[in-house]
Design a protein. Sequence first.
Length: 471
Amino acid sequence: MNADCSVAEQAERYAHARTESLARYLPFKIWLNPTWAAVGITPFIGLFPYFGEVPVWRLVVALSLHLGNSLLAALTLQRYRKSPHRVRLWETVFVSEQFLIGLSWGAMTWLLWVPDNAVNHALILVPLVAVLISNASSANSWSLYVAGVLPLMGLSLPRMLSGGVPANVGLAVLLTTAFIYTLVVVLNAMHQSRVLLSSRFANEDLTDELRRAHDAALKKQAEAEAANAAKSSFLANMSHELRTPLNAIIGFSDLIEQEAFGPVGQSRYRDYAGDIQSAGRHLLGIIDDILDVAKIEAGQMSVAPEFLDAPGVIEHGLRVLRPKLQAKKQILTIKFEGERDQLYADERAFRQIVYNLISNATKFTQIGGEITVTGRGLEDGGFELCVADNGPGFDPALLERVFEAFNQLDKRYSRQQGGTGLGLSLVRGLTALHGGRVWIETAPGNGCKVSVRFPASSEAVLREQRSRRIA
C-alpha cells in the first residue's frame, strides 16, 4: 500500500513539474506563433509574384487561426496562475491547445498552397519544419508532442501528395524526414528531462530531509538548553536553600566546640561538635562549588579582575590545605618567576582555582608524593600558574572528560578519596571568565601537570610597550 502511494506521489510530482514547465512556455507561445505565422504569410501577399499570389481571405484566415490560439493561451495562463494545483486538468488543457496549434499550422498548407508553383510549395515547407523542431525542443511529454505534430502532419502530407507531382512528393519526403528526426530528438529530450527531474526531486528530498534534521536538531538543542538552564536554576536555588541551615549548623557547632556559653560537660561532646563543624564546612564547600558551576553555566557569574600579589594569594589559599598535605606527608614546593604583581585576576576566583588545583593534586598523589606550584609572569604581560604532581596520572585520551562537571575518571578511587568531580570544571569556567585557558599534560604513571594562563590587562600591555620603546 505504501509502495503504491509512493509511486502515485512520484507520478504526481512529475505531472506537476511538466505542468509548471508548460505554463512557463505559454508566454513564449502567445507571441511566437502569430509572429512566425505572419513571417510565413508575408511572401504570399502579392508583393512577390514569384512565390504565387494567395487570396487575401486565406491569408486572413491563416493569421486569425494563430491569433485565436494566442488569445486562448493568454486566457489559459491567466486562469492557471489563479489555480495551478489542478495538475491533471491543466495537462489536458495544454495538450488540447497544442493540438489546436498543430491544426492551425497544418491548415496553412492548404490555405497558402498555390497549384503548379514549386517555389510556393518549397517555401510552405520551411515554417512547417521550423514548427516541428520547435515542438521537439519544447515538448516535455509524449502526449504534448503528438498533439502538436499529428494534426500538422495529417493535414500537410495529403496536400503535398494530392497532385502526384514528383517535386511535391520530394517535399513530403523531406517533411517526413524532419518529422522522424524530431521524433528521435524528442524521445532523447524526454529521457533527459526524466533524468533531470529525478535528480531535481532527489535534491529536493535531500534538502527537505536536511531541513527537517536541522529543525529537529535545533529543537533538541533548545530543549537541552532549557533543561540545562532549569538544572542550573535548580542547583542554584537548592544550593541557596542548603547553605542557610548549614551556616546555622556550622555556627552553633562552633559555639559548642568553643564552649562560648559555658562547659558542655564531657569532652566527647566538644569533639563531636568539632566533627559536626568540619563536616558542615566540607559540605558547605561542596555546595559553594555547585553554586558556582551553576552560575557559570547560567551565565550569571562575573569577575572583577585586579592586580594581585600572586604569592600572597596562593599562600592564603594553602592554609586550609596544609593539614591534608601534612597528613599525607607530601612535599609542596612553590616557585615564582617574574614580577609578583603581574597577575591580573579576580582574587576570589583565583583563590578558588588555586584551592581546587592543589586539592586535586593532594587527593590523587600518593603518600610522600611531591607537588610543585609554579607562578610565572609572561613576556606579553600575562600570568601562568602550573600545579604539577608525581601521582599516577591518567590516559591523555580522557583529557576532555576531566573538565566535565560531576565527572570522575576512576569511580572506585574517587569514592576512596572523596570529591564531587566539580574541581576542574570550576577551574575551567573561572579561567574562561578571565578570557584565559587551562590545559593538562599527563600520562599514566608520569604524574599530572595542570596549567592555567591568564591574559594580560590592557594596562600591563601598555606598560610593556612603553618599556620596549625606552629600551
